[in-house]
Design a protein around this ligand. Structure first.
Ligand SMILES: C[S@@+](CC[C@H](N)C(=O)[O-])C[C@H]1O[C@@H](n2cnc3c(N)ncnc32)[C@H](O)[C@@H]1O
Length: 319
């Protein structure tokens, strides 16, 4: 399943990974297969074949137009893509289908892009990449190769569905958690967006991100933050905004301090904003509860549990 990736990294900056990744990914394939994974692979095989007439990555992710397939094929495409719901990260346009996802992930991209080092010709890792939306935008900025790591098998299947219509050899999603990745010290830029608060040990997590960067490489970190000084960190109770797996929500100053403590330099907070109800919402491609259901109806500045509502910061740092 990952042969194209192994081929691509031979004779590249990532060739060191060829010694350890095949065994890890073989073990994943044998042991960790989700009950529905085989079904999703069958669904992928039934997606209609098409030659997209346009491949847009720069301002949006759009492959092909409605004219590239007939109406029957488009209906089949929509029905099969619905098998991969919930579609959280996007939006995508696929052969005229408007895949309107829960998140306007493009807004996050627009907020951070002006602040980061140019991505042209860079070797990039996106830790917790979801279905790969931002990876396509990285490729659109001229990256040499983009590798994503995300343990969700559904998001891998979503990525495969999109990749079918733009089978670029320069973008790969590995179904592994950051803690499973061998230390590479090879990437020019490491992104990790929306993952830190899911980690029980955030300083170890930051050190693991650092282990993937070459010296002088750039970390782009995005996470939920609270207001407060260097010593303020929220450790919520069982749930935060109805999510069970949220451990640490630092203030920006605390996060800057943590990054210094693990050895990063040039640490800068480049953006901070409250997540709006237009950026994260229910759509026909994600019918579960969304942000509006996670906030206190009487006071949307608070979560339903009474914590500060999600605000997110982007922080850049150098190894
Ligand atoms: C909130 S989503 C963020 C997706 C995307 N990066 C974004 O900003 O839109 C968090 C992602 O982290 C992934 N994740 C959870 N634990 C992880 C781990 N240990 N290593 C890498 N990714 C992880 C989840 O599967 C999920 O796709």
């Amino acid at each position: 399943m990952f042969n194209a990736f192994y081929q691509r990294i031979l004779n590249s900056k990532l060739q060191g990974l060829i010694h350890s990744l095949p065994a890890l990914l073989d073990a994943w394939y044998k042991d960790a297969l989700h009950g529905e994974f085989h079904q999703w692979q069958k669904t992928l095989k039934n997606l209609p074949d098409a030659q997209p007439s346009v491949l847009e990555l720069k301002d949006k992710v759009a492959f092909g137009s409605a004219d590239d397939i007939n109406q029957g094929q488009q209906k089949r495409l929509i029905a099969l893509l619905k098998n991969f719901m919930p579609w959280r990260k996007g939006p995508y346009e696929l052969l005229g289908v408007d895949l309107n996802t829960e998140w306007r992930s493009d807004w996050k991209w627009d907020r951070l892009l002006p602040h980061i080092s140019e991505l042209k010709d860079r070797t990039i890792l996106d830790v917790g990449c979801g279905n790969g939306y931002h990876m396509w935008r990285m490729l659109g900025e001229g990256a040499d190769i983009v590798v994503g790591a995300d343990p969700s098998q559904l998001f891998l299947a979503q990525f495969q569905a999109i990749h079918k219509y733009n089978p670029s050899p320069d973008i790969h999603l590995l179904p592994l958690g950051i803690e499973q990745l061998p230390k590479s010290e090879a990437f020019d830029t490491v992104f990790s967006m929306g993952v830190l608060y899911h980690r029980r040990s955030p300083l170890d997590f930051l050190a693991q991100l650092k282990d993937q960067l070459r010296n002088g490489g750039e970390l782009v970190l995005e996470t939920i933050v609270i207001d407060g000084d260097q010593n303020q960190v929220l450790v919520p109770g069982e749930r935060y905004a109805k999510m069970r797996n949220v451990w640490f929500i630092p203030s920006c100053d605390a996060l800057v301090h943590w990054l210094h403590r693990v050895g990063f330099s040039n640490v800068k907070v480049v953006d901070k904003c409250v997540t709006s109800l237009d950026e994260q919402r229910k759509t026909e491609w994600m019918e579960n509860e969304s942000l509006v259901d996670f906030l206190d109806p009487a006071d949307p500045t608070k979560t339903i549990e009474g914590y500060p509502a999600p605000q997110r910061a982007v922080i850049i740092a150098t190894k």
